[in-house]
Design a protein around this ligand. Structure first.
Ligand SMILES: Nc1nc2c(ncn2[C@@H]2O[C@H](COP(=O)(O)OP(=O)(O)OP(=O)(O)O)[C@@H](O)[C@H]2O)c(=O)[nH]1
Ligand SMILES: [Mg+2]
Length: 461
């Protein structure tokens, strides 16, 4: 996705393709205004075409036939999203209309934008740093209020600025080391302890940021909670109860659910995806066998397992075996059907698992709220606490981790080899650490990385 820069004008449909009140076709580039004026006929003759004003009129095809009545906004560079001239055509939203207007813009000289290309241009023109550009996608995708707050803070530029400051401080340190190396007379002796303390200070702040990824990842990816157990214990009934809708088929026939049935809700500020699975037993046919295979795979991916047992039946040896197998994973034993006469002796389970237990009735709803609270307590330590800056992207975390390794190595050199540390090596480590930070903010970033980042965007963004 090399940017052709200011050479061409791009166009795309920037709203979802579907029936709605309004849809937007967006143009950006030096010919955006000229192209718009070729396909747009304002109601008022000879308008002033001022920037950041709305104009009402028709989009006409080359034969002069009216396609739609629209509002057009002309926004002249540099006060626009991309810092180029931008035109937005607000038309009625429908596949045919949007497509037709886009085609007219393309025929008039625009090129179809690639995914994320508007935001890429905003980045390349220096309006957004890379963390802000990535935050655009995150704001679009945020499904909880907390995630949106964090994404909006990134969009404002808080993360990028903080990292740029650290990077600048490290660059200053590096400059001093290099000066001492190159011009020992003028720069004088450099105190290793001073440089080491300088590095330690920056490393500490970066470490706090790197540690916030735990919470950030949950915000971004949500939590996978897998409901498992023997057939007929009420897994699908529990899923339906948690979702408050009849999502999965429930019958008294053991082996009803064969495929994974999954749906998400928000709990404790995080999107929680519940996965209802096929009951665990020796499979009776090929379909069930495949279903159980899927269950086992999903169980390995789970952030939390809810292992269901039936309170109205004695514990089965299979329960003990299944629980023992999952001992290394976080989970809860959920004792269901407590509205029936109890037959389950809980002691039989104790030997096999250290997971906490909770009792419910998927039928009456008893214990469901407590179960939700327990899920939040187990998986999120009581809820997601988001304080200060939080990083949410694996890419950022990886660069921070690498950066901290280089800084640790630089400190190691300064400590182990005082009072005459190998300054060249210290400079190399510092340089690598600075490079890692630059890759997060985009101050030093390769084209391949940009392709990967912007390739995830939707069209028209
Ligand atoms: N009394 C009572 N019956 C329940 C409860 N939960 C589920 N059942 C009944 O138990 C039977 C099995 O429920 P399902 O939710 O289909 O069980 P499952 O674990 O998904 O079963 P498979 O998909 O076959 O593995 C149905 O007849 C439900 O109505 C409960 O809390 N109390
Ligand atoms: Mg089921």
């Amino acid at each position: 996705m090399t940017s052709p820069g200011a050479a061409d004008t791009i166009a795309a449909i920037s709203t979802p393709l579907g029936e709605a009140g309004i849809g937007i076709v967006r143009l950006s580039g030096p010919r955006a205004c000229a192209i718009a004026r070729r396909i747009f006929r304002p109601h008022r003759p000879r308008p002033s075409w001022q920037s950041h004003r709305l104009y009402l009129g028709h989009i006409n095809d080359p034969q002069g036939d009216i396609i739609d009545e629209v509002m057009v906004s002309l926004m002249r560079a540099p006060h626009t999203y991309t810092r180029e001239d931008v035109v937005e055509i607000n038309c009625h939203s429908g596949y045919g209309v949007l497509r037709r207007i886009l085609d007219l813009a393309l025929a008039a000289g625009a090129r179809l934008a690639r995914p994320g290309e508007f935001t890429l241009r905003a980045f390349l023109s220096g309006r957004l740093d890379l963390t802000q550009a990535e935050a655009v996608l995150e704001v679009i995708r945020a499904r909880t209020e907390t995630h949106l707050q964090v994404a909006a803070a990134h969009l404002k530029g808080g993360l990028g600025q903080r990292l740029s400051r650290v990077r600048q401080d490290l660059l200053d340190l590096l400059a001093r080391v290099e000066a001492a190396l190159d011009f020992p007379e003028e720069a004088g002796e450099l105190d290793p302890a001073l440089v080491r303390d300088g590095i330690a200070l920056q490393a500490e702040s970066l470490k706090t940021l790197a540690d916030s990824y735990e919470a950030g990842r949950l915000l971004r990816e949500g939590l996978l909670v897998v409901i498992a157990g023997r057939p007929n214990v009420g897994k699908s009934s529990l899923l339906n109860r948690l979702l408050d809708m009849e999502r999965a088929i429930v019958t008294e026939i053991p082996g009803t659910t064969r495929d994974l049935v999954e749906e998400s809700i928000t709990l404790g500020g995080v999107v929680v995806r519940f996965s209802d699975t096929a009951g665990l037993r020796p499979a009776q046919d090929r379909v069930e066998e495949l279903g159980i295979e899927r269950t086992r795979k999903r169980l390995r991916q789970a952030d939390l397992v809810l292992y269901l047992v039936d309170a109205s039946l004695p514990a089965a040896p299979e329960d003990g075996a299944a629980l023992a197998e999952m001992a290394g994973q976080p989970g809860l034993v959920v004792i269901n059907k407590i509205d029936l006469t109890p037959k389950l002796s809980e002691d039989e389970l104790s030997g096999h698992t250290a997971w906490p237990r909770t009792t419910i009735s998927a039928k009456t709803g008893q214990g469901i709220e407590a179960l939700k609270a327990e899920i939040v307590a187990q998986a999120l330590g009581g809820g997601l606490r988001v304080a200060g800056e939080v990083i949410t992207q694996a890419r950022h975390h990886e660069h921070l981790r690498q950066c901290l390794i280089y800084l640790r190595q630089a400190r190691g050199l300064l400590e182990d080899c005082a009072p005459e540390p190998p300054w060249e090596l210290v400079a190399l480590e510092l340089g690598s650490a600075i490079q890692e930070l630059g890759e997060i903010t985009g101050e030093e970033v390769g084209e391949a990385i940009l392709d990967r980042i912007f390739g995830q965007f939707c069209l028209g963004k």
